[in-house]
Design a protein around this ligand. Structure first.
Ligand code: HEM
Length: 445
């Protein structure tokens, strides 16, 4: 499959669509429905012209493997111009080749599972503070959970990144307001700073955040305080020449980690809570597991002892992967599944395609955490909420730890049912969340 092509091979089935725009408008209306319809019509490999380029969708564990194995051989990472401008060229997600491999090697030790225990106390104390607030607010009636989970996760993420959020020197609400404007600009088509546009507001927010972070980096570099936070690691690592990372690279990395780690974690946790509201029997079982563990405190080891909660989280991300698609671009002509894929074409990996494939998940439309508790023959890359290969999510272990602790605490303290009259349809861009904000009637257990 990895060989390079005979010119006679056909390109994958699909349509170029309208002049200039191709099929972009239909794609933007609902990326999920767009790919589902084309997979049903053309099979697991198809193409369309969206967002300015022919784009090949590949579905299946073997296809995902082909993409992840192709990094820097026949394809490379692709980001939109808006995201490139906003993230800056020198952050982990945008660099490639030896530079990417070298940076991952420097940063990977920080993100290993074994070091994660050091982050538990701060996750616990931030979560306790927010859950106390939820308890008070819930007495006033049903409330939208997504903004509350967002605020909680933002404080956890900021603490993980810089240690003390007070060190930012501005109120966290102000910093998170800028972060919101910054991410809102990521998904705009035109990366041009026209006054009044989302993109211009995002660039302004990026500059303000960069100033705050740069000042913090300088202070921390000059001082001696080091901790379990990511900034400490970014200040400590040295490349092969013994050089530390440039200060503006450290700032770019902090902004990237916040961008890559925040909305994804909010989405994953919100959708677990949504699934538990939709499936009371599953919620009962998840709570029963926590009741048995109640006395124990949280450690890396103790969260491993929550197999049912782990299965619920896995199943929730199978059904609603927080990231809709990851994009690559072919750097040379290649071949997969009997099709020729020309150089310059884009490749899209959509976790939802492989996660809804009945050959890996019988009755894929059923929310069934039990499927993760029985032995099943699934090939590698049939489950990819965190991606795979050299660009696999570097924050996976932190995200999993955070989700287990926060969700376990919520299960121990509250029961919940869906509030009345709400819009339970899902947004898709930037991430899949209930449009109505997931209004719940939260009760103390
Ligand atoms: C449930 C939460 C999360 C999900 C579902 C998720 C998902 C992903 C996926 C699918 C990728 C691969 C994208 C690709 O193939 O191009 C990725 C990459 C990445 N993630 Fe996460 N992520 C999560 C949390 C986090 C957290 C908490 C952090 C940071 C602390 C983080 C930092 C990153 C970074 C920096 C990359 C780029 C890695 C590289 O290019 O080498 N993520 N994530």
């Amino acid at each position: 499959m990895n060989g390079f092509s005979e010119r006679s091979l056909p390109t994958p089935p699909g349509k170029m669509g309208l002049p200039v725009v191709g099929e972009t408008l239909e794609f933007l209306r609902s990326p999920g429905a767009f790919v589902d319809a084309r997979r049903a019509k053309y099979g697991p490999v198809f193409f369309s012209r969206i967002l300015g380029k022919p784009t090949v969708y590949l579905s299946g564990a073997e296809a995902n493997h082909w993409v992840y194995a192709g990094e820097d051989k026949y394809l490379k990472n692709e980001w939109s111009p808006a995201i490139r401008e906003l993230l800056g060229d020198d952050c982990l997600a945008l660099i490639s080749g030896d530079e990417h491999r070298g940076r991952r090697k420097l940063l990977a030790p920080h993100f290993r599972r074994v070091g994660m225990d050091a982050s538990v106390p701060s996750i616990l104390s931030v979560a306790r503070k927010h859950l106390r607030r939820w308890d008070t607010d819930a007495r006033l009636g049903p409330m939208a959970m997504v903004p509350r989970i967002r605020a909680l996760a933002f404080e956890i993420a900021a603490t993980y990144l810089v240690g003390e959020v007070g060190d930012l020197g501005v109120p966290l609400g102000e910093f998170s307001g800028d972060f919101k404007a910054f991410t809102a600009g990521m998904f705009t088509a035109l990366a041009v700073e026209l006054p009044g546009t989302k993109f211009a507001r995002a660039m302004d927010a990026r500059r303000r955040m960069a100033t705050i972070l740069d000042d913090l980096v300088m202070r921390r570099d000059a001082g001696s305080r080091r901790g379990a936070d990511v900034l400490s690691t970014l200040l400590e690592v040295r490349d092969e020449a013994g050089e530390m990372l440039p200060r503006d690279t450290i700032v770019d990395e902090l902004q990237l980690f916040l961008f890559a780690g925040h909305d994804t974690t909010v989405t994953a946790m919100s959708n677990v809570i949504y699934h538990l509201a939709m499936h009371p029997q599953v919620a009962l079982k998840a709570r029963a597991e926590q009741d048995q563990l109640q006395a124990g405190s949280f450690t890396l080891e103790s969260v491993r002892g929550m197999p049912y909660l782990s299965a619920v989280i896995k199943e929730s991300m199978r059904m609603i992967p927080p990231i809709g698609a990851a994009f690559r671009v072919m750097t040379r002509e290649g071949e997969f599944g009997g099709f020729r894929i020309p150089a310059g074409w884009r490749i899209a990996v959509c976790p939802r395609l492989v996660h809804s494939d009945p050959q890996y998940y019988p009755a894929p439309e059923r929310f069934d955490p039990e499927r993760w508790l029985v032995p099943a023959e699934r090939p590698p890359f049939a489950y990819i909420p965190f991606g795979g290969g050299p660009r696999m999510c570097i924050g996976q272990h932190f995200a999993e730890l955070e989700m287990h602790i926060v969700l376990a605490m919520i299960l121990r303290e509250f029961t919940w049912t869906l509030g009345p009259d709400q819009d339970l349809s899902f947004t898709e861009i930037p991430t899949p969340l209930p449009r109505g904000g997931l209004v719940l009637d939260l009760r103390r257990c």
